[in-house]
Design a binder for this molecule. Sequence first.
Ligand SMILES: C[S@@+](CC[C@H](N)C(=O)[O-])C[C@H]1O[C@@H](n2cnc3c(N)ncnc32)[C@H](O)[C@@H]1O
Length: 277
Amino acid sequence: MINKIPNYVKNVKGVSRGLNNFVMERRLINELRKRKNHKIKLLEIGCGRGILLLELRKKFSNLDLYGINLNRYHGIKEKKDFIRNAEENKIFLDNKEKSNLPKINFWDVGKKIPYKENFFDLIISNVSFVHVKNKAKALEETSRILKVGGVALISFDAHETKKNLGNKFYNLYKELDKKMKKDYMPRFLIKKEKEFVGTKEFFREVKKEGFDISVRNTDYKDKSQKVRGVQIILKKKREGKLDLRLRYNKSKSEKITKEARGKNPACYGAIDFYELN
Ligand SMILES: C[S@@+](CC[C@H](N)C(=O)[O-])C[C@H]1O[C@@H](n2cnc3c(N)ncnc32)[C@H](O)[C@@H]1O
């Protein structure tokens, strides 16, 4: 079952979202079914308290699970914290499952993901990419560590632009809405010389090079229409390095502050500004 409204809108304090609230749950289950007779290496980027990983541990014994988080958020410092989190969320692991817990590392995926090439069959991410500064670099790294034939399912939300969310790109969004008819992702502003390039159009070009990246809107919209769900699906179809040719411009990018967030709890994260070489 897929919940269309993520928990964080219903309950801002809630951080344990889990499998049912991963908007690409059905797609993930399909990918897992396709590989059911194999040992699968699966990574969650921005795993938070590890609830989704723990549910996967419980449901699928053929998974070798890994998680990355920016730092020791949500009280995870060592393995026993996972067991406590699991039990708090009514996931009771048996001894075999407890001896095979996810391997967690604390890294910034916008810089480097220190796993070797072609390591993972599946990579997932749930409402975490919004926070990453330099999402393009994180996507390149995601592609690098995926095996050929591997798939990354990345969910995040994006700002709608109809209302002023108080961020510095408001006027730009209005202009892009008109010009591109929403073929852009407000978390991902790409400029080529003097013009902005649509994200869907941009990834269509990338696909021609053998790296299949699609951007889709999800069913999710919050009531006030200020936010809509967006997902990125990356299928690695060939060997080689994904080079998006996007230069991250830190000074033009924006981290959404509490003030800008105002009364909209779902308005957070970072908006990246890139120049296309
Ligand atoms: C909103 S929480 C989501 C946690 C979990 N995926 C869930 O659905 O409950 C976002 C998580 O992303 C992590 N995060 C943010 N920026 C990151 C980065 N650059 N690299 C790795 N993790 C990051 C945060 O530490 C946080 O745990």
